[in-house]
Write a protein that binds this ligand. Structure first.
Ligand code: BEZ
Length: 253
């Protein structure tokens, strides 16, 4: 799975759509005052802060020290900690677990799901949204085609992210004992900021794909991929990415 370096300031400036869209996921969670809520992959803490405003007792975790440092500085009244989501140390502590745009980065899904289940109190709920089957397929296809046309396929890392189907993911959850109430796979075309939005997106989210290439080779692939994408995804000075989300709500019974 990808290694990625998060720059929290750049993330909030250039890629703030991640938490902007996350506000919609919060509606499935419907946090209540006094509830203990774990935010897995909290980033800079913007959604944790929205839950805290409602009166929930939120605790945010993220694998990135930079994200957690920014979250702590921005929201000093909320607890945040650097924790690996595949090694959650909590037992029967939370009424609910929330996660936005995180699970697709995680390779060891059984370890993640085990930790989520254990962290919830009985009758606790999990609400998570992440990339679903087919997410950003036009972008990954364009990168692969560009690498092929340049004779660089062998050096490109094609194993991009974990984007499961509804049946794959609900089966994983049910196998661990969750009862899945809702699962929704839907297209969510996502506007990227600026004329160089696609290049910035690739540089933020897909750097791992290029790690075996020289910088000249990587730049050549990115330029060609952007040319391939432009006719369909660049319109009136704005880029759109073909995001497809998987949103789930499940219970620990
Ligand atoms: C996503 O949120 O869907 C996503 C983010 C980065 C890379 C791939 C997908």
């Amino acid at each position: 799975m990808p290694e990625i370096v998060w720059d929290s300031k750049l993330y909030d400036k250039q890629h703030h759509f991640v938490s902007d869209y996350g506000a919609d996921v919060l509606q499935w969670l419907a946090p209540r005052p006094g509830e203990d809520i774990l935010d897995v992959g909290c980033g800079t803490g913007q959604l944790a802060a929205q839950m805290a405003e409602i009166g929930a007792e939120v605790f945010g975790i993220d694998a990135s020290t930079d994200m957690i440092a920014t979250a702590k500085a921005s929201h000093p009244n909320i607890g945040f900690e650097v924790v690996d989501a595949t090694k959650l140390p909590y037992k029967n502590l939370f009424d609910a677990i929330f996660s936005n745009a995180t699970f697709h980065w995680i390779e060891d899904q059984p370890a993640l799901i085990e930790g989520l289940y254990n962290a919830l109190k009985p009758k606790g709920r999990l609400v998570a949204e992440f990339g679903g089957k087919g997410n950003v397929k036009s972008i990954t296809d364009a990168i692969s085609v560009a690498a092929k046309n340049l004779g660089l396929s062998a050096k490109l890392i094609n194993d991009f992210w974990y984007f499961p189907s509804i049946s794959t993911y609900t089966t994983l959850l049910e196998d661990r004992g969750f009862e899945v109430e809702q699962a929704w796979l839907f297209d969510r075309p996502t506007k990227l900021t600026g004329e160089d939005g696609m290049l910035k997106w690739i540089n933020q989210f897909a750097t791992h794909a290029f790690k075996n290439l020289t910088s000249d080779e990587a730049e050549a692939i990115k330029s060609l991929a952007i040319e391939i994408l432009k006719p369909k995804f660049f319109n009136k000075g704005e880029w759109t990415a073909d995001y497809r989300r998987l949103r789930i709500k499940a219970w620990k019974r």
